[in-house]
Ligand binder design. Structure first.
Ligand SMILES: Nc1nc2c(ncn2[C@@H]2O[C@H](COP(=O)(O)OP(=O)(O)OP(=O)(O)O)[C@@H](O)[C@H]2O)c(=O)[nH]1
Ligand SMILES: [K+]
Ligand SMILES: [Mg+2]
Length: 447
């Protein structure tokens, strides 16, 4: 028999109202022990809570009758005054009545186990609680609502259909026909493969929305990277001096651009150096920027004629060059360099980072860029690394199924089964205990 759990559902600390929730078979008994008359399900009632003859608080009591509750079990909420002592007294009383403090995510885990939501939806709940930007909120809410689930359900149905055809071929009594029957499964599997390919090409979008789009500020020492960072985030996040080699550590600053979460990183100026500390900074700069979604190369406009593209920064397609210090640069030289860079397919912006308001144009261009990169007409197929890994695994099994030319029908059937299994792990229809533990332990207590 499952035990009955309790937890503070609202944030800890002083507040107007605190909500303590309980879930499990002892719910009715506990509500009646504390509140006296049990209110009807889903109707809030004002009650004096008492335990062992001592009054705890006057509270709003709300109870749910399983399975019509978040967890699917009998459950209740006590909305009490949000003082520390009130909450402590109530939680002590609940423990005294034999209830157990919930583990992180245990309410949602029970909801999952009772079929109220699948694993992808449960992850959506966690993401919704963590959401700080509009795009994170939208994506998480879509996931809770089953936007991710629906796609996987459709793919699973398709796989089940194909599997039925392949199995029919295996069982076919007439020796000549199995191949023809098996071939009927092929078009569906080919279509699915191309859908998964499209999803994989787009695989980072979902978790970039969730975790943040990574923009690296890179370039030579003294180009003005830290000045650009400070201008974009509108505070003195990084030290700026006229000494080359000022920045060593990566300075990561989260910010919101066009409703998207962005991680902007200032890095050490790239150069060969004997200074051990600076050399480590340069190493970190290279690593971070190589993994970034976008590199902003900051170039000193005053020395723009020294920019040797074949010697200098290793620019790659999609990089963005910001020619800085336009207040002291020779505009003709700068525009010549800009033209050359644009001819190479690079984006170029000219600014004077030190001038107030000058970075607004760059910021607006970045908003457009991030919006373009992260918005999409379809809900992403993956919003976590975990999803992307399973998706790649599924694609590999599917490739193998498709390569077995109808002759090895049984092998193809097995690969189709493995494809379905990999996809099933994303929504949790194939549940591995360790995955569940990992997903739910990242929740806060009380959810
Ligand atoms: N005139 C002018 N000076 C600038 C501009 N932007 C930055 N500077 C100056 O250039 C110098 C170097 O700026 P930083 O922002 O520290 O340059 P950095 O690229 O971060 O340098 P490191 O961290 O040493 O690699 C400072 O003296 C800044 O004030 C600009 O737009 N115009
Ligand atoms: K500097
Ligand atoms: Mg710097």
């Amino acid at each position: 028999m499952t035990d009955t759990i309790f937890a503070l559902a609202t944030a800890a600390g002083r507040a107007a109202v605190a909500v303590v929730r309980i879930s499990g078979p002892a719910t009715l008994h506990v509500v009646s022990a504390l509140a006296g008359k049990v209110p009807p399900a889903r109707l809030a009632a004002l009650r004096r809570l008492k335990h062992r003859g001592i009054e705890l608080d006057e509270a709003l009591v709300l109870r749910f009758q399983g399975p019509a509750s978040y967890t699917g079990e009998d459950a209740a909420e006590f909305h009490v005054h949000g003082g520390r002592a009130v909450v402590d007294a109530l939680m002590l009383a609940l423990a005294d009545l034999g209830l157990r403090l919930a583990e992180p995510g245990e309410f949602t885990r029970r909801a999952f186990e009772n079929g109220k939501l699948d694993l992808a939806q449960a992850e959506g709940v966690a993401d919704l609680i963590d959401a700080e930007t509009e795009a994170q909120r939208r994506q998480a809410l879509g996931q809770v609502g089953g936007a991710l689930t629906r796609r996987y359900d459709r793919w699973r149905d398709l796989l089940v259909e194909s599997l039925a055809m392949l199995e029919a071929a295996v069982d076919f009594p007439d020796e000549d026909l199995p191949e023809a029957v098996a071939q009927r499964a092929r078009p569906g599997l080919v279509a699915l493969a191309s859908e998964i390919d499209a999803a994989l090409a787009d695989v980072s979008r979902g978790h970039r929305v969730r975790d943040g789009y990574r923009i690296a500020l890179v370039g030579a020492p003294n180009a003005g990277k830290s000045t650009v960072l400070n201008g974009l985030v509108e505070r003195e996040a990084a030290i700026v001096t006229a000494i080359a080699g000022t920045t060593r550590d990566i300075i990561e600053v989260p910010l919101e651009l066009g409703g998207y979460r962005v991680l902007l990183a200032d890095t050490a100026g790239l150069r060969d150096t004997d200074d051990v500390v600076e050399a480590e900074g340069v190493r970190r700069a290279r690593t971070w920027s190589s993994e970034a979604d976008l590199r902003l190369w900051i170039v000193d406009g005053f020395h723009v004629e020294q920019l040797d593209l074949d010697e200098g920064p290793v620019l790659s397609a999609g990089d963005w060059v910001v020619i800085n210090k336009m207040d002291i640069a020779d505009p003709a030289a700068a525009s010549l360099v800009a033209k050359g860079l644009r001819n190479r397919g690079l984006m170029v912006t000219t600014v004077s980072a030190r001038a107030p308001g000058e970075l607004d144009r760059l910021k607006a261009a970045l908003v457009d860029h991030v919006t373009e990169a992260l918005s999409g007409s379809e809900f992403p197929a993956a919003t976590r690394l975990r999803h992307a890994e399973r998706l790649r695994e599924a694609r590999a099994f599917l490739a193998r199924a498709l390569s077995s030319e109808g002759l090895e029908v049984e092998l193809a059937a097995e690969d189709v089964r493995l494809t379905a299994r990999a996809l099933g792990r994303i929504t949790g229809t194939i549940d591995a205990e360790d995955v569940l533990d990992r997903v739910f332990s990242s929740f806060c207590i009380g959810k």
